[in-house]
Design a protein around this ligand. Structure first.
Ligand SMILES: Nc1nc2c(ncn2[C@@H]2O[C@H](COP(=O)(O)OP(=O)(O)OP(=O)(O)O)[C@@H](O)[C@H]2O)c(=O)[nH]1
Ligand SMILES: [Mg+2]
Length: 178
Protein backbone atom coordinates (compact mmCIF):
# COMPACT_ATOMS: atom_id res chain seq x y z
CA UNK A 1 0.00 0.00 0.00
CA UNK A 2 1.30 3.44 -0.91
CA UNK A 3 2.84 5.48 1.90
CA UNK A 4 0.50 8.32 1.02
CA UNK A 5 -2.53 6.06 0.77
CA UNK A 6 -3.60 6.76 4.32
CA UNK A 7 -3.36 10.49 3.89
CA UNK A 8 -5.43 10.78 0.76
CA UNK A 9 -8.21 8.23 0.48
CA UNK A 10 -10.95 7.45 -2.08
CA UNK A 11 -11.20 8.50 -5.70
CA UNK A 12 -13.14 10.87 -7.92
CA UNK A 13 -11.01 11.50 -10.97
CA UNK A 14 -7.53 10.87 -12.29
CA UNK A 15 -4.63 13.18 -13.04
CA UNK A 16 -1.30 12.31 -14.66
CA UNK A 17 2.02 13.55 -13.35
CA UNK A 18 5.51 12.98 -14.67
CA UNK A 19 8.75 12.99 -12.74
CA UNK A 20 11.64 14.26 -14.82
CA UNK A 21 15.16 15.59 -14.41
CA UNK A 22 18.67 14.46 -15.34
CA UNK A 23 19.79 10.86 -14.85
CA UNK A 24 20.96 10.18 -11.28
CA UNK A 25 18.90 13.10 -9.90
CA UNK A 26 17.00 10.75 -7.58
CA UNK A 27 13.59 10.50 -9.32
CA UNK A 28 12.99 6.78 -8.91
CA UNK A 29 14.22 6.90 -5.31
CA UNK A 30 11.59 9.55 -4.59
CA UNK A 31 8.85 7.46 -6.23
CA UNK A 32 9.94 4.45 -4.16
CA UNK A 33 9.94 6.59 -1.01
CA UNK A 34 6.37 7.65 -1.75
CA UNK A 35 5.38 4.02 -2.25
CA UNK A 36 7.16 2.53 0.78
CA UNK A 37 7.97 5.37 3.18
CA UNK A 38 11.66 4.49 3.13
CA UNK A 39 14.89 4.84 1.18
CA UNK A 40 15.16 2.08 -1.43
CA UNK A 41 18.11 1.31 -3.72
CA UNK A 42 17.35 1.81 -7.43
CA UNK A 43 18.64 1.04 -10.92
CA UNK A 44 18.75 3.66 -13.71
CA UNK A 45 15.35 3.91 -15.41
CA UNK A 46 15.36 2.70 -19.00
CA UNK A 47 12.59 4.60 -20.74
CA UNK A 48 9.40 5.26 -18.78
CA UNK A 49 8.09 3.51 -15.69
CA UNK A 50 4.57 3.81 -14.45
CA UNK A 51 4.67 3.90 -10.63
CA UNK A 52 1.93 3.12 -8.14
CA UNK A 53 -0.87 5.66 -8.15
CA UNK A 54 -1.17 8.07 -5.24
CA UNK A 55 -4.71 8.45 -3.90
CA UNK A 56 -6.06 11.68 -2.50
CA UNK A 57 -9.45 12.59 -1.07
CA UNK A 58 -10.71 13.58 -4.51
CA UNK A 59 -8.16 12.41 -7.04
CA UNK A 60 -6.00 9.53 -8.11
CA UNK A 61 -2.57 10.56 -9.33
CA UNK A 62 -0.90 8.41 -11.98
CA UNK A 63 2.87 8.75 -11.66
CA UNK A 64 5.14 8.40 -14.71
CA UNK A 65 8.82 8.10 -13.78
CA UNK A 66 10.95 9.14 -16.76
CA UNK A 67 14.48 7.92 -17.50
CA UNK A 68 16.78 10.93 -17.35
CA UNK A 69 19.61 9.69 -19.58
CA UNK A 70 20.00 11.76 -22.74
CA UNK A 71 18.81 8.95 -25.03
CA UNK A 72 15.47 8.73 -23.17
CA UNK A 73 14.71 12.46 -23.02
CA UNK A 74 13.13 12.36 -26.48
CA UNK A 75 10.40 10.17 -24.95
CA UNK A 76 9.43 12.83 -22.42
CA UNK A 77 7.44 15.20 -24.61
CA UNK A 78 4.65 12.73 -25.36
CA UNK A 79 4.03 12.11 -21.65
CA UNK A 80 4.63 15.69 -20.51
CA UNK A 81 2.16 17.10 -23.05
CA UNK A 82 -0.65 15.11 -21.45
CA UNK A 83 0.42 15.75 -17.85
CA UNK A 84 -1.44 17.83 -15.29
CA UNK A 85 1.70 18.29 -13.23
CA UNK A 86 5.42 17.70 -13.42
CA UNK A 87 7.93 17.10 -10.71
CA UNK A 88 11.36 18.26 -11.83
CA UNK A 89 14.20 16.85 -9.72
CA UNK A 90 17.61 18.50 -9.44
CA UNK A 91 20.54 16.87 -7.62
CA UNK A 92 21.71 19.79 -5.48
CA UNK A 93 25.17 18.26 -5.14
CA UNK A 94 25.73 17.97 -8.91
CA UNK A 95 26.90 21.51 -9.50
CA UNK A 96 28.84 20.45 -12.61
CA UNK A 97 25.57 19.57 -14.36
CA UNK A 98 23.52 22.51 -13.11
CA UNK A 99 23.61 24.22 -16.51
CA UNK A 100 22.59 21.01 -18.30
CA UNK A 101 19.70 20.59 -15.88
CA UNK A 102 18.71 24.25 -16.35
CA UNK A 103 18.65 23.80 -20.14
CA UNK A 104 16.65 20.58 -19.99
CA UNK A 105 14.12 22.16 -17.60
CA UNK A 106 13.61 25.28 -19.69
CA UNK A 107 13.33 23.19 -22.83
CA UNK A 108 10.53 21.20 -21.18
CA UNK A 109 8.80 24.45 -20.19
CA UNK A 110 9.07 25.89 -23.69
CA UNK A 111 7.90 22.98 -25.68
CA UNK A 112 6.11 20.34 -23.70
CA UNK A 113 3.59 21.75 -21.26
CA UNK A 114 0.04 23.06 -21.31
CA UNK A 115 -0.51 26.40 -19.61
CA UNK A 116 -2.30 25.19 -16.45
CA UNK A 117 0.32 22.65 -15.51
CA UNK A 118 1.59 22.60 -11.90
CA UNK A 119 5.32 22.36 -11.39
CA UNK A 120 7.02 20.99 -8.32
CA UNK A 121 10.80 21.52 -8.36
CA UNK A 122 12.78 19.42 -5.90
CA UNK A 123 16.29 20.47 -4.91
CA UNK A 124 17.11 16.96 -3.92
CA UNK A 125 19.65 15.09 -1.71
CA UNK A 126 19.47 17.69 1.05
CA UNK A 127 21.03 15.18 3.47
CA UNK A 128 24.34 16.06 1.76
CA UNK A 129 25.82 19.40 2.77
CA UNK A 130 27.38 20.37 -0.61
CA UNK A 131 25.73 22.30 -3.34
CA UNK A 132 23.25 25.04 -3.95
CA UNK A 133 21.17 26.70 -1.27
CA UNK A 134 17.43 27.04 -2.04
CA UNK A 135 17.06 30.83 -2.46
CA UNK A 136 20.06 31.08 -4.72
CA UNK A 137 18.86 28.04 -6.66
CA UNK A 138 15.41 29.57 -7.22
CA UNK A 139 16.99 32.67 -8.74
CA UNK A 140 19.66 30.93 -10.79
CA UNK A 141 17.32 28.24 -12.08
CA UNK A 142 15.03 30.96 -13.46
CA UNK A 143 12.00 29.97 -11.40
CA UNK A 144 11.07 33.58 -10.63
CA UNK A 145 10.44 34.19 -14.35
CA UNK A 146 8.23 31.23 -15.22
CA UNK A 147 4.53 31.61 -15.94
CA UNK A 148 3.25 28.46 -14.28
CA UNK A 149 2.16 27.70 -10.76
CA UNK A 150 5.26 26.26 -9.07
CA UNK A 151 6.87 25.46 -5.74
CA UNK A 152 10.40 24.46 -4.77
CA UNK A 153 11.36 22.26 -1.82
CA UNK A 154 14.69 20.88 -0.61
CA UNK A 155 14.14 17.14 -0.20
CA UNK A 156 15.90 13.98 0.84
CA UNK A 157 14.81 10.40 0.29
CA UNK A 158 17.43 9.35 2.86
CA UNK A 159 15.98 11.34 5.76
CA UNK A 160 12.51 11.93 4.25
CA UNK A 161 12.96 15.68 4.68
CA UNK A 162 10.14 17.67 3.03
CA UNK A 163 8.92 14.81 0.84
CA UNK A 164 5.51 14.85 2.52
CA UNK A 165 5.32 18.67 2.51
CA UNK A 166 6.30 18.91 -1.15
CA UNK A 167 3.75 16.34 -2.32
CA UNK A 168 1.09 17.82 -0.10
CA UNK A 169 1.52 21.12 -1.97
CA UNK A 170 1.46 19.25 -5.26
CA UNK A 171 -1.70 17.28 -4.46
CA UNK A 172 -3.45 20.43 -3.25
CA UNK A 173 -2.55 22.32 -6.42
CA UNK A 174 -3.63 19.40 -8.62
CA UNK A 175 -7.05 19.50 -7.00
CA UNK A 176 -7.47 22.86 -8.72
CA UNK A 177 -7.00 21.26 -12.17
CA UNK A 178 -10.35 21.18 -13.93
N1 LIG B 1 22.31 11.02 -0.52
C1 LIG B 1 21.19 10.83 -1.23
N2 LIG B 1 21.23 10.03 -2.32
C2 LIG B 1 20.08 9.87 -3.03
C3 LIG B 1 18.86 10.50 -2.66
N3 LIG B 1 17.92 10.16 -3.55
C4 LIG B 1 18.52 9.37 -4.44
N4 LIG B 1 19.83 9.16 -4.13
C5 LIG B 1 20.81 8.36 -4.89
O1 LIG B 1 20.99 8.93 -6.18
C6 LIG B 1 21.27 7.90 -7.14
C7 LIG B 1 20.32 8.00 -8.32
O2 LIG B 1 19.00 7.70 -7.87
P1 LIG B 1 17.81 7.33 -8.89
O3 LIG B 1 16.56 7.51 -8.12
O4 LIG B 1 18.04 6.00 -9.51
O5 LIG B 1 17.99 8.45 -10.00
P2 LIG B 1 17.05 8.73 -11.25
O6 LIG B 1 16.84 10.21 -11.28
O7 LIG B 1 15.84 7.90 -11.22
O8 LIG B 1 17.99 8.32 -12.48
P3 LIG B 1 17.53 7.81 -13.95
O9 LIG B 1 16.54 6.72 -13.77
O10 LIG B 1 18.79 7.33 -14.62
O11 LIG B 1 16.97 8.99 -14.67
C8 LIG B 1 21.16 6.57 -6.38
O12 LIG B 1 22.46 6.18 -5.99
C9 LIG B 1 20.32 6.93 -5.15
O13 LIG B 1 20.53 6.09 -4.04
C10 LIG B 1 18.86 11.33 -1.48
O14 LIG B 1 17.86 11.94 -1.08
N5 LIG B 1 20.05 11.46 -0.82
MG1 LIG C 1 15.07 6.48 -12.44
Amino acid sequence: MSFLFNLFKSKNREVDVTICGLDNAGKTTIVKFLETGEFVKTQPTMGINRGESIHSGKIEINVFDLGGQEDFRQLWSEVNEKSDGIVYVVDKTDVMRFEESYNVFHNVLKSQLHKDIKILVLLHKSDIQDGLERNRFIKEFGLLDIHYQWACYETSAKTGENIYEAFKWFVESLKEVS
